[in-house]
Ligand binder design. Structure first.
Ligand SMILES: C[S@@+](CC[C@H](N)C(=O)[O-])C[C@H]1O[C@@H](n2cnc3c(N)ncnc32)[C@H](O)[C@@H]1O
Length: 259
């Protein structure tokens, strides 16, 4: 980072607030600053040294750059709507070696970029209409024992049941692209069923749980989940069934009914 870096071109609008020269920052969205800080804090509790890292939904790349600062050996950032000029400006300013590509999460395969020790999935899950499938694809990108760091908007309730609130249109507590709000139990059990153990979880606001008798907006918090990929959790038969592989011996009797 050097002082002689010019200001970003005036036509660029930034999502992330990133220090690009000593004491000078991009004009990102103020509302997401505490969320990015929470994610950075969770990243600080992991060991990035020498690791291969994938940042899914990287936007301007703040968290990919943070992974690099924490010692990652290789960092790839992907986003379906990659702001290429923002990334080019920040990569130059920070002398980053991270690689960024426009890519859809749903198109990610192990062959796309290889396997990773750490996958970051911040601020994306609540935008996914197919969240289970997204997590299922991410599972196959991690080495056994690897870490998935998910940050997402969570529905604050008493966690008696594993729930997914899935509002559409004007019912979304954010805006219409935001349609997937797990409660903490819902995310934790979903992750486990897909072979991830949630080893740490922290919420930003720790809101009081939803009270159906009360009026007012739905209590939507932000939560960061640190998950370990653990092959011992895999129930291969069940996973195959969920993937649509039903012609297998030993599955429930209805799968043998004539179709
Ligand atoms: C709310 S921003 C979060 C940015 C950053 N990860 C963070 O937490 O600060 C969500 C980002 O996810 C990207 N995104 C949404 N759906 C995606 C998909 N299917 N594949 C890749 N990126 C996606 C959006 O383009 C956007 O840049």
């Amino acid at each position: 980072m050097t002082n002689d870096m010019p200001e970003p071109p005036s036509h660029l609008t930034f999502y992330h607030t990133v220090e690009f020269a000593p004491g000078r920052r991009t004009a990102g969205w103020p509302v997401i600053v505490p969320i990015v800080e929470m994610i950075s804090d969770a990243m600080g509790r992991l060991d990035f040294r020498g690791r291969r890292v994938l940042d899914i939904g990287c936007r301007d790349g703040a968290l990919a750059f943070q992974a690099e600062r924490l010692g990652a050996a290789a960092v790839i950032g992907i986003d379906v709507d990659l702001p290429a000029e923002n990334i080019a400006f920040l990569s130059l300013a920070l002398r980053s070696k991270a690689r960024f590509e426009r890519h859809n999460l749903y198109g990610l395969k192990p062959e796309s970029f290889g396997l990773f020790d750490i996958v970051l999935l911040p601020g994306v899950l609540y935008h996914l209409r197919y969240p289970f499938w997204g997590l299922r694809l991410v599972r196959d990108l991690l080495v056994d024992g690897g870490t998935l760091l998910v940050e997402t908007a969570t529905f604050a309730d008493a966690n008696a049941l594993p729930l997914l609130l899935c509002p559409t249109g004007a019912d979304s507590p954010y805006e219409p692209t935001s349609c997937t709000f797990f409660n903490i139990k819902g995310f934790t059990e979903t992750a486990r069923s897909l072979g991830f153990a949630v080893v740490d979880q922290r919420s930003l606001m720790n809101l009081p749980p939803y009270d159906s008798a009360a009026s007012g907006p739905l209590p939507i918090d932000r939560t960061v989940f640190t998950c370990t990929r653990d092959h011992r959790l895999d129930d291969a038969k069940l996973m195959d069934y969920w993937d649509g592989q039903v012609d297998m011996p030993g599955l429930p009797p209805w799968t043998a009914l004539p179709r």
